[in-house]
Write a protein that binds this ligand. Sequence first.
Ligand code: DP6
Length: 324
Amino acid sequence: MEASARACANIALAKYWGKADVQRNVPAVPSVSLTLDQLLTETRVRFDRSLGADVVRLDGRRATEAEADRVIAMLNRVRREARLRVKARVSSHNHFPTAAGLASSASGFAALAAAASAAAGIGFNARRLSALARASSASAARSIYGGFVELPAGSRGDVELAARQVAPPEHWNLRLVVALTEPGQKKVGSTEGMERSRKTSPYYQAWLEQAPKWSRKIKRAIKERELDTLGAAMEQSTLAFHCCAITSDPPIIYWAPATLAALATVRGLRGRGVSVWATMDAGPHVKALCAASDASRVRQALDRTEGVTRSWVAKPGPDVEVHR
Ligand code: DP6
């Protein structure tokens, strides 16, 4: 009745923004991602008959009520599946570079789905695990797999929607240089942000229509290892989703001044012949995708950029790993 799992974070190359079904957490657009080594969450789950309630600890502290609610919702799905009534003790640690300021919900819910179902004795395959993780956080569905991963769009009522691997980590030796910037204003969470965009942005419909095209292009570019094609489509997908966020009411501006400075650095490097491309998620940090041989040059340039506080380099990472 006990198991632990390790899952890596991922970065979307083609972005997910918007839900087809809020209750079942089904994305309205397809997304494609790269699973990253180093940024990982380790989660241990023990079902214990002596417990009167679920106990959730995150990074050594007691989870807040909102955090615990999302964890317990996942435990409830696993208990339903396993026909189990026992409460659980969950303890989760993020092994991210200190103060990374990056979202850990993808690695967190992927590790929780894998650890909780193993502890409950349900032998889920990767596909079922991915669908389980997706119900908590759609990006978590992608962190079940290593390397390059796609999560198709779904439709209302879809319970089985899961991610699948496009190519394993060793397919392409890319690097993602993560440049941390000082956060601007207080963050709007992605769940809340995408719902606001769906309800209020005049560009949301156009986003829904265009997003599949970038996903297809990115998948093809991965298969053919064409960095320029992949990078250009990734930047378009990024800017289009931010366009939906910015034009929401009230507006959601995730960028800080350093975000634009880092974008200019990436464009400047491209002007000097380096194939490097930028992406941002629901926050101000900039992540630059490039070949392994260019990573140190890209990192140095980003480190010298005004407002960039620290950086590091991530590689393609592995599948989720379960230990009993
Ligand atoms: C901008 O997966 O965090 O990072 O399904 O509501 O938990 P929920 O959203 P989440 O959204 C991630 C949004 C994004 C783009 C991406 O990772 O595809």
